[in-house]
Design a protein around this ligand. Structure first.
Ligand code: SF4
Ligand code: SF4
Length: 481
């Protein structure tokens, strides 16, 4: 990533962005609070521009810099949270939206490590989503970029289309053609982005859809609606099956409404505001009609977006209040299990695991203790922590497809930290992380097992052997039966 920015010893930006305001310093950041609407001719229109007051919360202390993966990779101020916020301020003050500005915002993984690190409580998550919606409205992307994004959004938020893709993908994997195609390097030369997409696909197995209602084992403690998710449902059906079994074992009726679709996470994270709102409305309708106590999610990226529905639908008079009450009922699977407390017997699993905090679970939802408590409740299981835990693995929704090079660097860095734990299994709670880390672990030449938190709990409750979880990363398939 290139940038025309240098840091002074004081950590204050002296920059040449090619913009009129080049040379302004963060010392002027406070003035933005006084701005009402974006200045005419600037980067943003009046529909939810990046919030001036939130920008003004940044005191440019730089505590966020060491946790920002792009700053760690490139050391460029404009590829740090502080730099990106500065560019938002410039845009509000009248600077037109330039290719350079957009490249720095596009390079952000949306991992929210900066939100965790920031002592001033800067809501960078809201700021970047507001900015991305403006970029989608005002920035003219290249034809290649548009085509790639078009393909991604015609595919990923559509569970049925993803399921249709599984047949040909499975055939490629069974015949070994996928490996041979990768070895030729043809796809890589044609499009590194398509090559990245192909290389991420996990080992696919046939699966059965979950029943619409699965009864609690023993006394019923709650009625849970399960979001099956697009990528989770198509590529990791075993994780959904394990989630349902664990919830049943813990005394929950599990409802899987057939009408559910995408939660809108990918759309929201990529500035496709209306699309995200439409997915959010559909999901609210579906789960309201199902009469459940809680809506449970096992994919961190989906959960963090569903908890943000109140903001996403705040302008919609018909849905704003419903969105607020929906959000109160959304729980990550680790949260609800921790909240309910265990009733099912845990059998021993003599093995070591390394737990990776998915950014959208740890940073975006603040769910860190609950999965660790659940895992530590399994007799015989040893939990190991990973160095540089706050750094993103490079998955970040579709970031690893759109930006394969930095994603690969981050993936390799994460894999090397994971391998250093010498654990037998890597455990995490997001399908994107599972695919990204599995691919990086395979590249590292140190095969290990991969599992979702709930698959480990499921194996323990069912008394399965550790071998069901320690199969190598690329061979990752959930113990479904
Ligand atoms: S830590 Fe927060 S206040 Fe400090 S520079 Fe980063 S975003 Fe701004
Ligand atoms: S969301 Fe992640 S990549 Fe983006 S600025 Fe914050 S720490 Fe950096």
């Amino acid at each position: 990533m290139t940038s025309d920015t240098t840091n002074t010893a004081a950590g204050i930006v002296q920059q040449d962005t090619g913009h009129q305001n080049a040379g302004s310093s963060f010392g002027e950041m406070g003035s933005i609070i006084d701005l009402g609407m974006p200045a005419p001719g600037g980067a943003f229109d009046e529909h939810h521009p990046p919030d001036a007051a939130l920008i003004g919360d940044c005191v440019h202390c730089g505590f966020c810099l060491p946790t920002c993966p792009t700053y760690v990779l490139w050391g460029e101020e404009m590829d740090s949270p502080r730099g990106r916020i500065y560019l938002m301020k410039e845009g509000l003050e009248g600077e037109p939206m330039s290719n350079s500005m957009v490249s720095h915002w596009d390079a952000c993984l949306g991992c929210m490590a900066c939100v965790t690190a920031c002592p001033s409580g800067v809501q960078y998550d809201t700021l970047i989503e507001q900015t991305r919606a403006q970029v989608e409205r005002h920035h003219d992307r290249s034809a290649k970029d548009k085509a790639l994004r078009g393909l991604i959004f015609a595919l990923f938020p559509h569970p049925r289309r993803l399921r249709l893709l599984k047949g040909p993908l499975r055939a490629l994997q069974r015949t070994g053609l996928d490996r041979r195609l990768r070895q030729t390097g043809l796809l890589e030369r044609l499009s590194p982005q398509l090559a990245a997409m192909e290389s991420l696909a996990p080992r696919l197995e046939k699966s059965r859809p979950l029943p619409e209602r699965s009864p609690a084992v023993g006394r019923r403690r709650a009625v849970i609606g399960l979001l099956t998710g697009c990528v989770q449902g198509a590529f990791f059906p075993g994780v959904n099956a394990a989630t349902a079994r664990v919830l049943q074992a813990e005394g929950c009726d599990v409802i899987v409404p057939r009408a559910q679709g995408c939660c809108g996470a990918l759309s929201a994270h990529n500035g496709r505001e209306e699309e995200a709102q439409s997915y959010a409305r559909n999901l609210i309708d579906t789960f309201e009609a199902s009469g459940v106590d809680w809506v449970v999610v096992n994919a961190a990226g989906c959960g963090s977006t569903m908890k943000d529905y109140a903001r996403i639908l705040s302008d919609d008079p018909k849905y704003a209040e419903r969105a607020r009450s929906f959000v109160e009922r959304v729980r990550d699977i680790a949260e609800i299990l921790d909240q309910l407390g265990p009733v099912a017997t845990r059998h021993s699993l003599e093995m070591s695991i390394a737990y990776h905090d998915a950014c959208h679970l740890g940073h975006a939802q603040g769910v860190r203790l609950q999965p660790r408590r659940l895992l530590q409740g399994i007799p015989g299981l040893e939990l190991r922590e990973i160095a540089e835990a706050e750094l993103c693995c490079g998955s970040a929704g579709i970031y690893n497809i759109l930006n394969p090079e930095p994603a690969r660097e981050l993936g390799d860095r994460k894999a090397s930290n994971i391998v250093a734990t010498a654990a037998e299994v890597l455990v995490t709670a997001n399908p994107g992380c599972l695919m990204q880390v599995a691919t990086a672990i395979e590249r590292s030449g140190h095969p290990m097992g991969m599992a979702h938190t709930v698959e480990v709990l499921d194996a323990s409750i069912r008394g399965l052997s550790p071998a069901t979880l320690t199969a190598s990363a690329r061979a990752h398939t959930s113990p479904e039966n």
